[in-house]
Design a protein around this ligand. Structure first.
Ligand code: AP5
Length: 223
């Protein structure tokens, strides 16, 4: 693991771009916590908590959960001690309101954004990646039937549980999620470009290639 100046990052990109996959590899190399709002919300659903009950049907239909719920979730998580030396926000912000909310949270916590890492991938590629994504229902490890196969057919490498397809990865819901991405999230590329905070990564290649580009970028940023 490399010791670096604090990296306060947003990973931005369409559903299935590989944000979670690259973030996990960045965590291993740079030791910053990975804050995936999708994972946090899915954990709440699995746990059957009050939050989980509120958001389950919204998530399954591919719509966005309310900005207010996200504000509380992210504010609480970023306030934790482990975020004081860097973090990767994956899946937040998702619209202009959430970007403004994040400014407010960072300001309150006296933190600055280092960069927004935009994983640029075509719609065709993300649809391919999502249709072959499988996850472990126990530990949430993400696989791909083409690019990141489990060692044993359809079983999690770590706990031997049968892999499943995410409820929102069914074809109709994926199309809806992509539509929402274009309408609500893609404008953030312009917003952060105007602020000179965005780094665009060609994320169309294999995982090790994308990792290499991201690592090089973060090495430069952290010098
Ligand atoms: P969330 O979990 O954030 O979903 P998403 O943004 O749609 O992102 P994904 O998890 O689908 O994709 P990813 O980019 O992480 O790709 P991955 O690495 O898995 O959100 C889910 C839902 O929660 C939302 O719809 C909403 O309801 C709610 N929500 C969350 N945040 C919210 C917010 N801020 N506001 C409101 N609502 C919110 O990779 C995909 C597949 O491709 C995998 O199989 C992987 O193995 C494979 N792969 C990855 N990289 C490569 C590569 N380079 N080459 C080949 N295959 C690859």
């Amino acid at each position: 693991m490399i010791s670096v100046k604090s990296l306060n990052l947003i990973f931005l990109g369409p559903p299935g771009a590989g944000k979670g996959t690259v973030a996990k590899d960045v965590v291993e190399r740079f030791g910053v916590p990975h804050i995936s709002t999708g994972d946090m919300l899915r954990d709440a659903v699995s746990a059957g908590s009050a939050l989980g009950k509120k958001v389950q049907s919204v998530m399954e239909s591919g719509q966005l959960v309310s900005d207010d719920l996200l504000y509380d979730l992210v504010e609480d998580r970023l306030s934790k001690k482990d975020c004081m030396n860097g973090f990767i926000l994956d899946g937040f912000p998702r619209n202009v309101k959430q970007a403004n909310d994040l400014d407010k949270i960072l300001n309150e916590l006296n933190l600055n954004l280092s960069a927004v890492v935009f994983l640029d991938v075509s719609e065709e590629e993300v649809v391919n990646r999502i249709s072959s994504r499988r996850v472990c229902p126990k530990c949430s490890k993400v696989y791909n039937l083409i690019s990141l196969k489990p060692k044993n057919d359809m079983l999690c490498d770590d706990d031997g549980i049968e892999l499943i397809q995410r409820e929102d990865d069914k074809p109709d819901t994926v199309r809806e999620r992509y539509r929402i991405y274009v309408e609500k999230t893609a404008p953030l590329v312009k917003l952060y470009t105007n602020r000179n905070q965005i780094v665009t990564i060609d994320a169309s290649g294999p995982v090790d290639k994308v990792d290499e580009i991201v690592f090089n970028t973060l090495d430069e940023l952290s010098q």
